[in-house]
Design a protein around this ligand. Structure first.
Ligand SMILES: Nc1ncnc2c1ncn2[C@@H]1O[C@H](COP(=O)(O)OP(=O)(O)OP(=O)(O)O)[C@@H](O)[C@H]1O
Length: 631
């Protein structure tokens, strides 16, 4: 077996902070939670439980009522069971011949047995109802999350905090919805058990009640302290875990495997991974140490409190304040109450912790909703003219605008070309035209109406984009094309669109033709070459059959024949406006208007002949390319 010979990174300092892992903006509530006291936790519980109840109620009313109602009945059975036990013991400890005492105890004994069996049955039934709620909540919450992530505008993904917030909501927050419901029901179950035994204790000896409460305080405080510390540590872990996940996904991925090998990136990647992991492991060890310390202290104080409780019971017994039978029942009741209390404290601990994570999910969904385009507005169907008036786009956290006061007009049926050097703002301008981004300055209007007045959904339906950064969707070839137009029945067929993009023959030759699954990770999956994928992406754009077709480097991976066919195709429809972005200037010769961008601004525009004749950037770029062919 090959030995791993990874160059070891310098040892990580205990307090080392990786520069790239500085606190992100979404850690805004850490300080608040760090200062949360036990009482603040207790104060938050009713609101959390209310939220959990409403979640459960929305998921299934019958199961929610059953989980609560059956637990209450189980509590009543517990009280009756204890009182019946007390009667049994009183009869057994009474004076008189043993057979008579046993005979007298039989009815109470039967009652106790019935109560215990009923409690067992009711608890099982309540657990069943509770378990049924979990998958129903998970289903509803997952739909809510992905409904939100797919609705937000593209600009949200440029916000550095958004991806982190989304990870937190997706990785833990989402699963906590069912968890807060479960913990709430557990808390309720524990409290009902405590109340049931407290009722029995109150009948036997009321003075034991406050003692019981005092005995529970140390474990409650311990549970809350541990939950808070774990949460704060988890927040710090997330950045590191995310970085490790990213590195891990580069090291174990068939798409990156070739580059990792050809650039011999192994040492670098493993070194980076272990550097982050060392810090992560150190942090986890410190947490374990702190948690063990807190748990030990809590157990010690809890032990003292229990001892004091039993001392009180012994004193009452010696003093003759309570009879032996009542003391024995009280002991049983105390044990039952402590079990109930443990359940309640554990559930409180869980609930507090889960609620913090669930809060992340809820906040994310709320924030995502704010970032989704407002539905409504005037519906659109086609256009005669799209006008940009001094339009700008400034990405967050960047110095210069990517698009700077651009004015241009697109008319129905025109082919417009956007050219310019790398980073000059062509794709950004195309994203403004397609509505993926909103301008940060200036005005875009469709047939005179400001885009803000138009219904975003119907406007998006007027645009098809053939992008340069396509994603290899793990669908069949047919689905990969058909996904571009889901609701409209008219327009070209899938095979026509594939034919127009020179993809039809290539798809027919696949093992299952159009039904071939295009992902090697699935059984019988198949992959395509870069150029074949690009033809498929073009077919999707043609199939969408929208009045505005935006092609961002649609031929970068195509061979000469496919490229020629593609550009023929783009000119074919008089009712379709085409915005074409390409570095191959020979392909824009026939465009109605060519706009030359430089540092986000339009520096020249006109037809090919105008621009070649005028001198300047376009002529320079065109001659540079042409000279390559002529030579
Ligand atoms: N999402 C983004 N967030 C921040 N800056 C961005 C983003 N997308 C692009 N930019 C920046 O905006 C500028 C214009 O980028 P754009 O992709 O529009 O250029 P382009 O002309 O299409 O380039 P190319 O020819 O290389 O495709 C670049 O400086 C780029 O770094």
């Amino acid at each position: 077996m090959e030995q791993t010979t990874v160059r070891q990174p310098p040892p990580a300092d205990e307090d080392d902070v990786l520069p790239e892992l500085g606190s992100p903006a979404w850690l805004h509530h850490v300080d608040t939670f760090a200062a949360t006291s036990f009482w603040s936790v207790a104060r938050r519980l009713p609101a959390i439980v209310r939220e959990a109840l409403s979640l459960a109620w929305q998921a299934n009313k019958r199961d929610t009522s059953a989980a609560i109602g059956l637990n209450i009945f189980a509590g009543v059975a517990t009280t009756f069971g204890l009182l019946a036990t007390s009667t049994v013991l009183t009869e057994l400890f009474a004076a008189g011949p043993t057979p008579d005492r046993i005979k007298a105890a039989v009815p109470a004994l039967v009652a106790a047995a019935v109560a215990v069996s009923m409690r067992g049955g009711l608890t099982i039934a309540a657990g069943w109802a509770q378990a049924r709620i979990t998958p129903q909540i998970n289903y509803a919450v997952e739909l809510r999350l992905f409904g939100a992530t797919t609705a937000v505008g593209l600009a949200a993904f440029d916000d550095p905090g958004f991806a982190e917030e989304m990870d937190r909501a997706k990785e833990r927050g989402m699963t906590e919805a069912a968890s807060i419901v479960n913990s709430s029901v557990d808390l309720f179950t524990g409290l009902v058990r405590v109340a049931a035994t407290a009722a029995a204790i109150a009948v036997i000896e009321p003075i034991l009640l406050p003692c019981l409460i005092v005995a529970a305080i140390p474990s409650a405080i311990t549970a809350v302290r541990m939950a808070r510390r774990e949460y704060l540590a988890m927040i710090a872990y997330i950045s590191r875990r995310r970085r490790m996940w990213l590195l891990g996904s580069i090291m174990a991925n068939r798409h990156t495997a070739a580059e990792v090998r050809s650039y011999q990136m192994r040492d670098f990647l493993l070194g980076e991974y272990s550097r982050v992991m060392q810090i992560q492991t150190g942090a986890e060890m410190r947490l374990i140490r702190a948690q063990t310390g807190t748990r030990t202290l809590g157990a010690a104080f809890g032990g003292f409190a229990s001892l004091a409780l039993y001392a009180v019971l012994g004193w009452l017994l010696v003093d003759g304040a309570i009879p032996l039978a009542a003391a024995a029942t009280a002991l049983l009741a105390l044990q039952a109450a402590q079990m109930g209390l443990n359940t309640a404290v554990y559930a409180t601990n869980q609930l507090y912790e889960d609620a913090l994570y669930y809060g992340d999910f809820r906040d994310f969904v709320d924030r995502a909703r704010e970032r989704a385009p407002e539905p409504g507005g005037r519906p659109v169907s086609g256009f005669e003219e799209i006008r940009l008036d001094r339009v700008s786009l400034h990405y967050p956290d960047t110095d210069a605008p990517a698009v700077d006061e651009v004015s241009l007009t697109l008319r129905k049926g025109q082919v417009i070309a956007l050219v310019g050097e790398n980073g000059s703002g062509k794709s950004s301008l195309a994203k403004l035209l397609s509505g993926l981004y909103q301008p940060t300055g200036g005005r875009i209007s469709w047939d005179g109406a400001d885009i803000g007045e138009l219904d975003p959904d119907s406007r998006a339906a007027q645009v098809a984009v053939i992008t340069q950064d396509w994603w290899k969707f793990p669908f069949t070839a047919h689905q990969n094309i058909a996904v571009g137009r889901r609701e409209r029945g008219d327009g070209p067929s899938v095979t026509d669109a594939a034919g127009a993009a020179l993809a039809h023959e290539m798809i027919e030759k696949l093992p299952k033709g159009y039904a071939t699954l295009l992902n090697r990770q699935f059984k019988d999956g198949h992959d395509l070459s870069g150029g074949e994928w690009q033809r498929l992406v073009a077919a999707r754009g043609f199939y969408r059959d929208a009045p505005l077709l935006i092609c961002d480097e649609p031929s970068s991976a195509l061979d000469a024949r496919a490229e020629h066919a593609m550009f023929q195709q783009l000119r074919r429809r008089p009712d379709r406006t085409v915005v074409l972005i390409t570095h191959r200037l020979a392909n824009v010769r026939h465009a109605d208007q060519i706009y030359v961008l430089h540092h986000g601004r339009i520096v020249q525009h006109g037809t090919h002949d105008d621009l070649v004749g005028a001198g300047g950037l376009y002529q320079e770029l065109f001659h540079l390319q042409a000279s390559g062919y002529l030579a």
